[in-house]
Design a protein around this ligand. Structure first.
Ligand code: SF4
Length: 738
């Protein structure tokens, strides 16, 4: 028996775990009390790491389709097949004939962070689709427009703030998102203990809402209206005061004009909130010594998602809380490039090209995942004929999975990197399974950039790579070689090229620690056991702390880099070099929000919202026995008043109808949802043939995204409206009248 540290990859909180090992088998997991960031915290998902890791349904060898059937194959055969088929497709039909889909788990692995950008470059395709357009793309777009960098996302200074306004987030169940904070519940409890205030805006009375001093339950999808009314109130009552940010912000007066119509009285009937309460929330925000506004999924995957995300940071700016301790700050990741000198930057552009079929503008180089099916099944020049998916299950996660399911069968080639034969990968021609997480090293390239405390941690593989497995980074590198026509070259060539390119640029940048160095000598000084580690070492050396991988390895529980610090000047990359508070694309979308002021729904209308369960994470974890059951059930939550009106019985089946289809789900009558709102969780619907998910298939649930037809999008970000869309609900057999 032995132990090994391992950063948990199962959600964004990135807790440090201590794994118990029996030989090369993981037998237990506990919170690592010495971890500099998580200090021993663990949740039920982390505790289930051994089961997740040892899931017998995980694929052990590649699968290759032959005569219509998937069969086991060697790694050589799998990559030979890809190389033989993918280049002719790209050369015959152009690079856009290849689509690439990146799923959410990519940001939870080293390989998923390091290699997809190189794959995209090798493929040359503009057809990139990721889980971001089902999630946080509105925040990227808003940050790009406000700050000039789509990854400049301020996070609430959870440990020091006096007042936290949470809108559309449930961190007690999600453990935080775009706000990496191990033990989020403990941090909120500490806020309350030090006399701080928590306000939660959510149409459901979530576990987070139950902890709040004030809970507002507006009608779903009206977050942007509510936020605009808060901004309006700040101006109307003379409370708008950006403080030191005033000199570095453009457009404050224009924002004042832009929100003039959004009075609390004007938005109240649509939000179904009391105007006095809206004013009180604005006054409390302005009066708090420090405060932070934080929004997530519920305010993102809605029809005004980008406007809502923009307004979140407009509030942070106007209350003087952006970039100050206790407010909302920009984390400084150890692998971010060393900051360039302050001043005008390159800015952020939206819509540099349009999707082929519906003309959706790109955002951050991506097209909406909701448009993937039409890009495959609509004939014509530029049609996607081949697809690579990496850790993605869009048949369940994107709107109208049935259409996508059918479209995937028409592809000439589909290659998937995924540990499971799931609802999407069952269509693969070649399936490449990465090893279980215990067999890979871990570093959080993405989440350190959203963490509530600057820190850096690396954990090596806890156990050796099992015989017959291929390292995940090598899988990615070989795929890149196959796509780029270099099949057969050593995988290290991919990393060498990445290192050489980065070093060549760094030595010419006066602000870089490598400035003026000899590129060959600098690259030769890198350490690491493989190409991925050398690249990590390089990024650390070029980063703002000048760390090295060896230093990290000498600190197995991480290095604490201190509380978040103001660094706006390092971050701003707008063309003006200032915060651009009312960017043109936002101003152009505001008439749509004004139109929403009159969109009062008919009485009896039902809107559907999703929900997050503590024991789940999207569709990933439904195959882990320890995480099934309890509250983690695919039920339709209905308020008692609606249940009575519609004659829905608790525990009985209900038919739910949306624009994209119809589902039958079990009713759960609860006053945790407000009247007029029903809630169904996402990531379910594991009932398709040809998958290998034995636990999930036993309790398949239904796919909420089948209620959508894929046409409802936030136009600025291309993000699917997954929350607050209209549905009709009826009992399969009406409950008897009492
Ligand atoms: S909170 Fe997230 S990172 Fe922490 S143990 Fe749970 S799943 Fe893992």
């Amino acid at each position: 028996m032995s132990t090994a540290p391992r950063i948990c990859p199962l959600c964004e909180a990135t807790c440090g775990l201590v794994l118990t090992l029996d030989g090369s088998r993981v037998t237990g997991a506990r919170g690592d009390r010495d971890d500099v960031f998580s200090r021993g915290f663990i949740c039920p998902k982390g505790a289930a790491f051994p089961q997740v890791d040892a899931d017998p349904d995980r694929l052990r060898t590649p699968l290759v389709r032959e005569n219509g059937e998937l069969r086991e194959a060697s790694w050589e055969e799998a990559f030979d097949t890809i190389a033989a088929r993918i280049r002719p497709l790209i050369e015959g039909h152009g690079p856009d004939a290849l689509g690439i889909v990146l799923g959410n788990p990519n940001v939870h692995t080293m390989a998923g962070a390091l290699y997809p950008p190189l794959l995209l470059r090798a493929a040359g395709t503009s057809n990139l689709f990721t889980a971001s357009t089902l999630d946080q793309m509105p925040k990227h777009v808003s940050s790009g427009l406000l700050f000039g960098d789509p990854f400049a996302i301020p996070v609430p200074d959870l440990d020091r703030t006096d007042h936290l306004l949470v809108i559309g987030a449930n961190p007690l169940d999600s453990n935080g998102s775009l706000c990496t904070a191990p033990d989020f519940p403990g941090r909120l409890a500490a806020l309350r203990r030090r006399g701080g205030t928590l306000t939660v805006v959510d149409p459901r009375r979530t576990r987070t809402a139950r902890l709040a001093d004030r809970h507002l339950a507006p009608r779903p999808g009206t977050d942007a209206l509510l936020l605009a009314a808060l901004v309006h109130t700040l101006f109307a009552e003379g409370l708008a005061d950006p403080g030191p940010l005033a000199d570095r912000t453009e457009g404050v007066d224009q924002v004042r004009d832009a929100v003039r119509e959004f009075t609390p009285e004007a938005v109240a009937p649509v939000c179904e909130l009391d105007p006095g309460t809206i004013r009180a929330v604005a006054r409390e925000l302005a009066a708090a010594p420090t405060a932070a506004v934080y929004g997530r999924m519920g305010s993102s995957t809605v029809s005004h998602g980008t406007l809502a995300n923009w307004l979140v940071d407009v509030l942070n700016v106007l209350t003087g809380n952006l970039d100050r301790p206790g407010g909302a700050l920009f984390p400084r990741s150890a692998t971010a490039p060393a900051p360039r000198p302050a001043g005008p930057g390159r800015g952020f552009l939206l819509g540099r090209r349009r999707s082929r079929v519906s003309g959706h503008p790109e955002a951050k180089g991506e097209f909406p995942l909701a448009a993937l099916a039409e890009e495959i099944d609509t004939p014509g020049e530029g049609r996607i004929r081949a697809l690579i998916t990496i850790a993605a299950n869009p048949v369940l996660s994107a709107p109208d999975g049935l259409r996508l399911d059918a479209a995937l069968t028409s592809l000439d080639l589909m290659v998937c990197v995924d540990p499971y034969l799931n609802e999407t990968t069952r269509h693969a021609d070649v399936l490449l399974p990465p090893p279980p997480p215990s067999q890979s090293a871990h570093f959080d390239f993405a989440f350190n950039g959203f963490a509530v405390r600057d820190q850096v941690r690396h954990t090596p593989a806890a156990v050796p790579l099992e015989a017959g497995r291929m390292d995940e980074c090598e899988i990615h590198a070989r795929l890149i070689l196959a796509v780029s026509g270099m099949h057969g070259a050593p995988p290290s060539a991919v990393d060498d090229l990445a290192v050489d390119t980065l070093v060549a640029r760094a030595v010419t940048q006066p602000h870089s620690p490598a400035y003026g160095a000899d590129p060959k000598e600098f690259a030769a000084g890198l350490t690491g056991e493989n190409g991925a580690e050398r690249r990590l070492d390089l990024m650390l050396r070029l980063g703002p702390y000048g760390l090295t991988l060896d230093e990290l390895k000498a600190h197995p529980h991480g290095i604490d880099l201190g509380p978040l610090k103001p660094r706006l000047d390092e971050v701003l990359n707008t063309r003006t070099g200032r915060i651009e508070l009312l960017p043109d694309p936002i101003a152009a979308d505001l008439p749509r929000l004004r139109a929403a002021l009159t969109a009062v729904p008919e009485p009896g209308t039902l809107q559907l919202v999703g929900r997050r369960h503590l024991r789940s994470n999207n569709s990933w974890l439904h195959n882990t026995p320890a995480l099934t059951g309890g509250s983690n059930r695919c039920t339709l939550q209905v308020h008692p008043e609606d249940a009575e009106r519609l004659r829905l019985a608790d525990g009985g089946p209900a038919r739910i109808t949306g624009a994209g289809g119809e589902l039958t789900a079990e009713v759960e009558v609860t006053d945790a949802v407000r009247p007029g709102v029903v809630s169904l969780p996402h990531g379910w619907g594991h009932d398709r043939p040809g998958t290998r998910l034995s636990v999930a298939a036993a309790r398949p649930g239904v796919n909420v995204n089948q209620l959508l037809d894929g046409t409802l999008l936030d136009p600025l970000s291309g993000t699917a409206v997954l929350n607050g869309f209209p549905v009709e609900v009826a009992p399969l057999e009406p409950a008897p009248l009492l």
